[in-house]
Design a protein around this ligand. Structure first.
Ligand code: EPU
Length: 420
């Protein structure tokens, strides 16, 4: 796999059929990091076979953990650490790598880590993480561009987050499970991936309640043990296939999608005229043309920012004017210039609102995947467009979508990968 790889899509065919999605990328990344919290063996199942998992495994190995990846199963053991300094070059590639800070703080009492890299989608501060660590009694400082977090002893606290940061919640949760006494996190992230990793920690011996809501309570314990745990299906991957189906006027059934994680998308699909059946997974059938709508991308349970780009692409097929308001990341409309190359009529205002004039013809063109979800948008638009679309930067899609081209082909898409 290489970033030079391209997808060649011959669009205009409605997608039809069944597809099974992988385990959640983000939930699996948090689960890998959570394995640092115990010296015992952790076995994770249903881990997606994507580049980000390999990168996270490399980060954990650099700290001294043993990590074995066998297909969709990952076995980890962090008996001891060889260092508490996270490998800067690897951390720069992957935002979730910053979770080693909370885990190292809990287990080793200190962590040193640079600011993590990740997609260029807007400012990505770390103040929520540091507010939480400080409230638990840690000292946070910066030396030579590295964040140094230390605590001889962590003590439970009542912590208010200015923003329900996803990674911030997980990082502080990792530290809180080993702190003395009770921690209450107010305005915590409620995403299903956060809820899942908290559930995994409970299975390892942690005492946590309220996960999956905005208030999480943790009673610290002295030790966590090993676990055999299965990662939840990826709601963002599932949403991408459902939106590709909607954009092409097709009928897509994601057999293992969890409807209870996807209320906001299901509601929007129904609003634009898609028939959605949630009896076994999620099936989205388009009986006719799509209708325009309004979407706001906000924290869970609102419409996910990670589906904002493919949703915008699907709304290009809805006659009339739709608006999409991105309220999480101010730069998450950069991909719109790529959609313009296909003939899309979209204006993005300084207020973070995109106005989409849908129902206009889309014609194949050469475009680029700028990040994982921006890549999903150009693929969805390319599938809906007439003629040939060549998508560059496929390496970004490899970071988040396992077997994208074969899964789309199984739904009837004409898509091939051109290597190098
Ligand atoms: N924020 C703060 N302070 C902080 C942290 C975040 O103000 O300390 C703000 C950010 O500026 C941003 C908002 O909070 O406006 C959301 O950031 P959050 O911290 O929730 O995002 P994240 O945890 O860094 C994860 C996912 C993203 C996903 C977001 C939002 C991983 C590895 N990343 O990022 O996923 O978009 O939550 O749901 O889990 C992706 O999968 O493509 C992806 C980018």
């Amino acid at each position: 796999m290489s970033d030079r790889d391209r997808y060649v899509i011959r669009g205009g065919r409605p997608l039809h059929g069944q597809v099974t999605v992988s385990g959640s990328k983000n939930a699996a990344l948090y689960a890998l990091a959570a394995a640092l919290l115990t010296p015992d063996t952790v076995k994770l199942r249903n881990v997606p076979r994507i580049a980000d998992i390999e990168e996270m495994a490399a980060v954990l190995r650099a700290l001294g953990a043993e990590v074995t990846i066998e297909g969709e199963t990952v076995i980890l053991r962090a008996a001891t650490f060889t260092t508490t300094v996270a490998p800067a070059a690897l951390v720069a590639k992957l935002r979730a790598s910053f979770l080693v800070v909370g885990a190292l703080l809990a287990r080793a009492g200190e962590a040193t880590c640079v600011s993590p890299g990740g997609d260029v989608i807007g400012s990505r501060p770390l103040d929520v993480h540091f507010t939480g660590f400080r409230a638990l009694g840690a000292d946070v400082s910066e030396h030579d561009g590295q964040h140094v977090v230390r605590a001889s002893r962590l003590r439970g606290a009542r912590i208010f987050f200015d923003y329900p940061s996803v990674l911030g919640t997980v990082n502080v949760l990792f530290a809180a499970v080993r702190a003395e006494g009770r921690t209450t996190i107010i305005n915590a992230a409620a995403e299903p991936e956060v809820e899942m990793v908290a559930e995994m920690l409970v299975r390892m011996g942690a005492r946590i309640t309220g996960h999956g809501s905005a208030i999480i309570e943790v009673d610290g314990v002295d030790r966590l043990g090993g676990v055999d745990f299965t990662v939840i299906p990826d709601r963002l991957e599932a949403g991408t296939y459902l939106l590709a189906g909607a954009a092409t006027g097709g009928d897509v059934h994601v057999t293992n999608a969890r409807p209870e994680h996807m209320d906001s998308l299901i509601a929007k699909l129904r609003e634009v005229g898609v028939e959605v059946d949630t009896a076994g997974g999620i099936q989205a059938h388009c009986p006719g043309p799509l209708r325009a709508t309004q979407v706001q991308a906000v924290p869970y349970p609102g419409f996910p920012t990670d589906l904002q780009a493919p949703m915008t692409a699907a709304l290009l097929r809805a006659a009339g004017t739709s608006t999409v308001h991105e309220r999480v990341y101010e730069r998450r409309f950069d991909y719109v210039q790529q959609l313009h190359l296909l003939g899309a009529k979209i204006e993005v205002g300084a207020n973070g609102i995109a106005t989409i004039h849908g129902g206009e013809p889309l014609n194949g063109a050469a475009v680029r995947a700028l990040d994982i979800r921006a890549g999903a948008a150009v693929v969805v638009a390319g599938l809906a467009a007439t003629g040939e679309t060549v998508v560059g930067g496929v390496g970004h899609l490899d970071r988040g979508y396992a077997d994208l081209e074969s899964r789309l082909r199984s739904l009837g898409a004409d898509i091939t990968r051109r290597v190098g």
